[in-house]
Design a protein around this ligand. Structure first.
Ligand SMILES: [Zn+2]
Length: 279
């Protein structure tokens, strides 16, 4: 069933667990994630960035259709919505949650822009997530991680002012691959949990380490965003049967190869079936 993200996260917060939020780009991985969620009876949050698929509306129809058929609760979240326009499009495309990422802006500007989207989203029953502090890129972790941690007192004010449903926190994780070992600030997480009364989100779950992640999920994190590790696992699985050269380790390139394979096969069978030119 397709639900607002808030509904899933409120349950997770009550139960003291986190919901995985893998990034998806197309029907291939959306189906894979839903199958696993059903197999393991887990709620699921499908996260997608606006440029993941060439057409947000087509993609939205696929995801919402599959999610409605799912036998477990599924939310569909716009990951890192960077503009007001993209948030509007996502809502029209059927997303049940939008993340409004204004974490690089000064506090007041972050609040103002988040509020604008929250008002619109809530008017149609869509949840909203925003980020305070800034979760950087893994390769820059050593230089920009520390200075951008979430401030617990400011987080409380931010949640009250914006009325968001979930707060993405910066406590030492980073997007993409890490340079070195991430050091999660569990003391800081505890302070944020004590001052904020809505579900918390951890971005940059990949490469954070199972022990770190499990501890974070028991300590107040209710949603873990996962992208790099999902794509890496898919590529590793592929490499078992199809060797990929160095420098080609990019899942986005491989989607295209897959697609070409499907198209070639169908071209063949259209001819075999004799349906060419009959439409
Ligand atoms: Zn993120």
């Amino acid at each position: 069933m397709l639900l607002p993200m808030k509904d899933l996260l409120v349950e997770a917060r009550k139960g003291g667990y986190a919901i995985p939020a893998p990034n998806a780009e197309n029907e291939l991985n959306v189906r894979a994630y839903i199958e696993v969620a059903e197999e393991l009876r887990s709620p699921l949050i499908i996260g997608s960035v606006s440029h993941a698929n060439p057409n947000m509306y087509d993609y939205g129809r696929i995801v919402t259709d599959l999610a409605r058929q799912a036998t477990v609760p599924v939310a569909f979240n716009l990951d890192h919505g960077m503009t007001f326009e993209v948030a509007v499009m996502a809502i029209r495309a059927g997303f049940t949650s939008v993340m409004v990422d204004r974490s690089k802006l000064p506090y007041e500007e972050n609040v103002a822009q988040v509020k604008e989207v929250v008002r619109m989203a809530h008017a149609v029953g869509v949840s909203a997530e925003a980020e305070l502090g800034h979760v950087g890129i893994g390769s820059n972790y050593a230089v920009d991680g520390v200075s951008n941690f979430t401030d617990p007192e400011l987080a409380k004010k931010f949640v009250e002012e914006t009325q968001i449903d979930a707060l993405a926190v910066a406590i030492g994780t980073a997007h993409g691959l890490y340079k070195g070992e991430p050091k999660l600030q569990f003391d800081l997480l505890e302070q944020i949990v004590n001052s904020v009364d809505i579900p918390l989100v951890l971005h940059g779950g990949s490469g954070t380490g199972d022990e770190n992640l499990a501890r974070a999920c028991r300590s107040g994190i209710n949603k873990v965003n996962l992208s790099t590790d999902m794509k890496y696992a898919a590529l590793q699985n592929l490499k078992k049967v199809y060797p990929i050269g160095e420098g080609e380790e990019n899942i986005f390139g491989f989607w295209r190869l897959l697609q070409e394979g499907f198209k070639d096969a169908l071209r063949h069978y259209v001819k075999v079936c004799g349906s060419e030119g009959k439409a």
